[in-house]
Design a protein around this ligand. Structure first.
Ligand code: SF4
Length: 232
């Protein structure tokens, strides 16, 4: 049986509350909607720097748009902190400002790593390679930047395997000597809250994960649905 990663995170936070420490957390983020709840939840307990490393978003325009949305959301959250003007859960005077660190955009690296896995279904081996690429880069940047911990927003997605992400995070964290913060952010209504926040901040919510292959599969699904409704 898999550990309860959501409970593990709660325990970590309880310990922090008791010790009164505020660790430096490098938070890998895939996009603004997924990070919305995660940042809202964690900003009271950690000094967060968002790490934007997503060379798996193979179309440059899409990549830049998602990055711009991420920055817009961080600015909005930081305004809340500066003005002490909060709305919603996990938003108290203890919330902290959030920084962002942009990694270079290198889709060629992603494409070379997943060569031969282009036709894997979403959730299969291609995604495992993609998770490891992003978590490894985050662990490396966390070590270089002297962060206490690192983690990723990816566990908020009901389509992504949280135990797999946690196992990869622990393993690369061990390799780089930086602790991985366990999570299953979709639990405790986290996913639901991310949808509410996306509406509140009018965030762009894409209908595919990120790579050209997930876009192709999403388009095929849409086409099938359209064909189905035309026949009905
Ligand atoms: S579907 Fe998403 S997680 Fe899987 S390889 Fe593509 S971008 Fe990465």
């Amino acid at each position: 049986m898999n550990p309860n990663y959501s409970k593990m995170l709660e325990k970590e936070i309880e310990q922090l509350e008791k010790s009164g420490t505020v660790p430096k957390l490098l938070l890998h983020s895939c996009c603004a909607p997924c990070s919305s709840y995660v940042m809202e939840y964690l900003r009271e307990h950690f000094a967060i720097t968002v790490f934007y490393y997503n060379p798996n978003i193979t179309a440059g325009e899409e990549y830049r748009y998602r990055l711009a949305e991420e920055k817009r959301l961080i600015e909005a959250y930081n305004r809340q902190v500066d003005e002490q003007n909060f709305e919603g859960m996990h938003s108290t005077e203890r919330a902290r400002r959030i920084e962002i660190l942009e990694a270079p955009y290198d889709p060629e690296r992603y494409l070379s790593l997943v060569k031969g896995y282009e036709d894997c279904p979403e959730g299969g081996d291609r995604c495992g390679i993609c998770f490891e690429m992003r978590l490894r880069a985050t662990a490396e940047a966390a070590r270089a930047g002297g962060f206490d911990l690192f983690t990723t927003t990816l566990t908020i997605s009901p389509l992504k395997n949280a135990p797999r992400l946690n196992r990869i995070g622990e393993s690369v964290g061990h390799e780089y000597g930086v602790r991985f913060l366990p999570s299953d952010f979709k639990k405790k209504n986290g996913y639901k809250r991310s949808i509410e926040l996306s509406r509140q901040f009018d965030l762009y919510r894409q209908n595919f994960c990120g790579c050209a292959f997930s876009r192709r599969d999403a388009e095929r699904r849409e086409q099938k649905t359209e064909e189905g409704s035309a026949l009905a």
